[in-house]
Write a new protein. Structure first.
Length: 122
């Protein structure tokens, strides 16, 4: 099953968290982003953010390794936000990376990007 199929099935099964009513003007909250990551990103990117989640073995190209400091240094926060919201193809990355703007609020996207940058980027 590819990542897009997994996301569709997971969404139908209610496994991805629903959008919350949070103002997008609220500062990013990495603690809240952890829950978003665990529910929406970990399946592909893995618990350690190394691109080795349960679904990663079936994906080509592989999910991004967030602990690759040299690669992540080239990825701005704006690009990360766009990738999560609009999908990998929107930023010239993997077209397999789905867009989450329909399943996550703007606040959740900000929170998960803050969590990834704080937790995995070294």
């Amino acid at each position: 099953m590819c990542c897009k199929e997994f996301v569709a099935v997971a969404t139908l099964a209610g496994l991805l968290i629903a959008p919350m009513s949070v103002s997008a003007e609220t500062p990013a909250n990495p603690k809240a982003g952890k829950a978003v990551y665990e529910n929406s990103c970990q399946i592909c990117h893995g618990a350690s953010g190394r691109g080795d989640g349960a679904a990663a073995a079936a994906l080509n190209p592989k999910p991004m390794n967030f602990s690759d400091a040299a690669r992540m240094a080239k990825v701005t926060e704006a690009v990360s936000l766009k990738a999560v919201g609009e999908g990998g193809a929107a930023v010239g990355a993997s077209p397999i990376m789905p867009a989450f703007k329909e399943t996550l609020s703007a606040q959740q996207i900000q929170d998960v990007v803050a969590y990834v940058r704080k937790t995995f980027v070294h």
